[in-house]
Design a protein. Structure first.
Length: 95
């Protein structure tokens, strides 16, 4: 059962920059997790959701640069972006 949602732009491969690569990375991460529910909003407004329940956490990228940093540096890039305000994290990442 596929309970994820990607915006129509992502389905057609029209998202510029790092967003499509991040979506693939997120799919791999959540595939390894059982029952995780999340929401990610990319800097261009595209939204990636996963799970049937309300999201346990959400990420909001403020810039394409932040998307590239997370893609290139993983969790270190995510932390750097969080500290400099270019990524917003809502909810509980440990859920």
């Amino acid at each position: 059962m596929n309970d994820s949602h990607v915006s129509p732009a992502a389905e057609t491969g029209l998202l510029p920059g790092a967003a499509p690569l991040l979506e693939r990375m997120l799919e791999r991460i959540v595939a390894a997790s059982d029952g995780i529910s999340m929401r990610v909003e990319f800097s261009d407004g595209a939204v990636f959701t996963r799970g049937a329940q309300p999201p346990s956490f959400g990420l909001r990228f403020m810039s394409a640069r932040a998307e590239r940093r997370v893609l290139a540096l993983g969790y270190v890039g995510l932390l750097e972006c969080y500290f400099d305000g270019s990524v917003d994290i809502d909810g509980d990442l440990a859920a």
